[in-house]
Design a protein around this ligand. Structure first.
Ligand SMILES: Cc1ncc(CO)c(N)n1
Length: 228
């Protein structure tokens, strides 16, 4: 069995929970409150800026020019495609400059980003890809599941379309193949760490929906109390 297939099996439960999460089903059927999506967009913009940095750190860790160039291309892609999408959402959701200026990532977004950063600075390229892969792969599966779905909310429809696109599928497959190639060369000990990172990232993906859906804040958030 390919290492990617082995990992996919391991996270069946948490990925299914993501597919069934009211944030995800609410995007598709339009029942998700817009303030939850706004909370998601703000936190995801922060998350994606770290995601791109980790892709670039992966580029720096590569031992051949081809892999380095591809990882750098992926970092650029995150910046262009995903940040573009988010800029567009920010305008349509009416997120103000003040909201952006005062924004602090919620605990779950901050923890997930720091998990990726820790792996980027301490792990091998195989470990970095393993930590990044659920972000790609889970969203791709969501995009596939909701292909053909027409959400009553046009903003949500654009989000669904972004992850069901052909261009995204190709990027995901490339990273799955990269993970399998690196796993072939990895020791049992390294593969064990790759598995841990993949599972932890999958758990954080689930937490991210929950964070958005519950409008998660830091327990002590004076600025929120003052604003109310
Ligand atoms: C939290 C999260 N995971 C994955 C993606 C897809 O790249 C995203 N935009 N945000």
């Amino acid at each position: 069995m390919k290492f990617s297939a082995y990992l996919r099996q391991k996270v069946e439960g948490s990925w299914q929970a993501s597919f069934d999460h009211p944030f995800v089903t609410g995007v598709a059927d339009g029942t998700l409150p817009l303030d939850a999506f706004q909370h998601y967009v703000l936190n995801d913009s922060y998350y994606l800026s770290v995601f791109a940095k980790v892709q670039a750190l992966g580029a720096a860790r590569a031992t051949d020019m081809q892999t380095m160039s591809r990882m750098a291309f992926h970092a650029q892609g995150t910046y262009e495609a995903e940040m573009d999408l988010h800029r567009n959402f920010s305008v349509r959701l009416g997120i103000s400059e003040e909201q952006k200026a005062n924004f602090r990532p919620a605990p779950s977004a901050y923890n997930y980003a720091n998990h990726l950063m820790a792996v980027a600075y301490t792990g091998t390229l195989g470990e970095i890809i393993a930590a990044l892969l659920p972000c790609y792969w889970l969203y791709w599966e969501i995009g596939e599941r909701y292909k053909g779905v027409q959400s009553p909310e046009p903003i949500y429809q654009d989000w669904i379309n972004a992850y069901g696109g052909e261009w995204f599928g190709e990027l995901v497959q490339e990273q799955i193949n990269r993970l399998d190639a690196l796993a072939e060369l990895a020791s049992e000990e390294e593969k064990r760490r790759m598995e841990q990172h993949f599972i932890l990232s999958s758990d954080y993906e689930y937490s991210f929906w929950q964070m958005a859906y519950t409008l998660e804040q830091w327990p002590y958030a004076e600025h929120v109390a003052v604003a109310k």
